[in-house]
Design a protein around this ligand. Sequence first.
Ligand code: ZN
Length: 296
Amino acid sequence: METELEQYQYTVRRPAHCTGTGLHSGKKVRLAIHPAPADSGISFVRTDLPRQPMIPARFDQVGDTTLATTLGEGHARIATVEHLMAALSGLGIDNARITVDSPEIPIMDGSAWPFVEALRKVGRSRQQVLRKYLRITKPIEYTANGKSVRAEPSRGFQISCSIQFDAALIQQQHYSSTINRKTFIKDIAKARTFGYVEQVEELWKKGLALGGSLDNVIAIHWNRRTILNEGGLRYKDEFIRHKMLDIIGDAALAGTPIIGHIIADRSGHSLHREFLQTLFAQPDCWEYVTLHDTTH
Ligand SMILES: [Zn+2]
């Protein structure tokens, strides 16, 4: 099995820019992904706030997890980070300082693809410091209400996940893959977020998801067999692939790439955070490693 683990850390070669709509505010959001020093990780800087607070992209900064993953530092917060985090992780970018002029990352087309395109356009540059991986050494599991996230030792970064919905269009879906640049770009990055059409309407009534539209969410028809989006699905099983995307984005909040097999059963953003909390509270189940030679 090709694992494609890389030895060194990477950052972006030059700043990458994205402009889009905030899912909740419906307002225009501008963000830029800047190069950052080795070992600094991913961080967000709110340029619209006084003193431009910095929010590290780590699981222990996660606050709200309804609808999306929101990070917070003091009074500053940044919402809907998961698809951008997935793009950075999927493309193997360890360090970046992301400036954003809004409390939320733009939803773009509901997938990670526009971020992937922006990042590939600028390219990445290798840094002089070895990448640190969190390697799972013993199985560890977090379960709540019959839903679970588990990690097991593995040679590379693997994810298996399952979802279950009543909608005839989705029902039970399962997906399992080794995640590397190639599989991420080809199989996962374009999968969009989804919801039932009446859920979207309910959010609008509450003044939420004002930026939500058929341009950035797959809306499942009341009949539960079709979607409202005219272009149809991008993959036959786009729903489960989007779940893979969310898991990759939330797993990136571990702060370093993971060597292990993550097995998620009907998980969501809050379960992902709780799993990472459990993982970091059990240091006998993992270790930090670098790949000195090319022996792995
Ligand atoms: Zn998502």
